[in-house]
Design a protein around this ligand. Structure first.
Ligand code: NAP
Ligand code: ZN
Length: 366
């Protein structure tokens, strides 16, 4: 998920060398993504330089590129599900060496000293720097994301990828994976719990895999009847077509936890009604328009509504290790970067099974 950036850009006092990287950027909210060249800093002592092999396409990339949340700065290079190979490391880097597989998610820096950082929750640090569309403290301007052939990131924000995972399918773990793993863990999803997942997209299909691996009874709510068989294959125990009110009623007041991963306007009250006493529904989806919530749905049965933003660095590594152990990756459709604009249109139609992963080798021909 991408945070809306502040418009003030601070420059670092350090002067850096820089090099050119190939990338795809959008020139405005209405422009398609197109090939470009962007500056990247030469790695300094605590930096890791990564050749990007795969980058997932998150719906947040589309929300940002089209400025649906406001605050987008152009040119905009999105991409925060980055997986690649280390090419160079700074002298103080101890956990990575050239040739290692490495990954970067939605954050590339934070102040490291605030209570949120101290708690391992860098995503809530007031000075968190997002992978794209945040102030670039080194080169000025804004940070550029993973639709590119390389990136340079502080070691503290670089993750290890278990070697048994398919790299194209592992890339989306860096956002879709951690964004769903974190709230499932936070809300104590385990065996014996009844868990709902709303929206079987990039995030939703990862939530199904994780909730199933954690032993829960999983019900998928979808607007796409044709996803039913996939949902069961991904680990769901039951599938409800959410536009069918009779099917919805059967599950009234029965869920311990529901994760809502829908990218567009929808009726959240229909899901609040499905929570048991003290049940929780957590929003990870970030539709641009506000959702209307009926107080009655919450006050009866003391239900609660929460949000959740990606996850901290330590938890992201924990999630990747969990995926290594359980052999979990995203179901991906691998595309060349030249198909990125078409992929955005298909994502808007829920026509992706279940994440696009860009093969960055395709950028070499640009
Ligand atoms: P996605 O792959 O496009 O999936 C969204 C799913 O929502 C669709 O597959 C569809 O599922 C459902 N949906 C779409 N339009 C709908 C509508 N009008 N009514 C009801 N359901 C609808 O998107 P994603 O990448 O998973 O991201 C989902 C949302 O999470 C986005 O808003 C994104 O910005 C946000 N996000 C948040 C975080 C965070 O940290 N909180 C991180 C990443 C992304 P069905 O076909 O099954 O109905
Ligand atoms: Zn994302």
């Amino acid at each position: 998920m991408q945070t809306v950036m502040s418009t003030t850009t601070q420059f670092s006092s350090k002067s850096h060398g820089q090099y050119n990287a190939k990338a795809y950027s959008a020139a405005s909210a209405t422009s398609p993504l197109a090939p470009t060249t962007i500056p990247r800093r030469d790695p300094s002592e605590d930096d890791v330089q990564i050749e990007i092999l795969f980058c997932g396409i998150c719906h947040s990339d589309l929300h940002t590129v089209r400025n649906e949340w406001g605050g987008a700065v152009y040119p905009c290079v999105p991409g925060h599900e980055i997986l690649g190979r280390v090419t160079r490391v700074g002298s103080a880097v101890s956990k990575f060496k050239p040739g290692d597989l490495a990954a970067v998610g939605c954050m590339v820096d934070s102040d490291g000293s605030c209570p949120e950082c101290q708690a391992g929750l860098e995503q809530f640090c007031p000075n968190m720097i997002a992978t794209y569309n945040s102030p670039d403290m080194h080169l000025g301007g804004v940070t550029y994301g993973g639709y590119s052939d390389s990136i340079v990131v502080k070691e503290r924000f670089v993750l290890h990828v278990p070697s048994n995972l398919d790299p194209a399918g592992a890339a989306p773990l860096l956002c879709a994976g951690i964004t769903t793993y974190s709230p499932l863990r936070h809300w104590g999803v385990t065996k014996g719990k009844k868990v709902g997942v709303v929206g079987l997209g990039g995030l939703g299909h990862m939530a199904v895999k994780f909730a199933h691996a954690l032993g829960a009874y999983v019900v998928v709510f979808t607007t796409s009847p044709n996803k039913k068989e996939d949902a069961l294959r991904l680990g769901a125990d039951d599938v409800v077509v959410s536009r069918d009110t009779e099917q919805m009623k059967k599950h009234a007041s029965s869920f311990d936890f529901i994760l809502d991963a829908v990218s567009a306007e929808h009726d959240i009250n229909a899901y609040i009604q499905l929570l048991r006493r003290d049940g929780n529904i957590t929003l990870v989806g970030a539709p641009p328009k506000p959702l209307a919530v009926t107080g009655f749905g919450l006050v009866f049965k003391r239900r609660s509504l929460s949000g959740s933003l990606i996850g901290g660095i330590a938890e992201t590594q924990e999630m990747l290790d969990f995926c290594g152990k359980h052999n979990i990756t995203a179901d991906v459709e691998v595309i060349p970067i030249q198909k990125v604009n078409e992929a955005y249109e298909r994502m808007l139609k829920s026509d992706v099974k279940y994440r696009f992963s860009i093969d960055m080798a395709s950028l070499k021909s640009e």
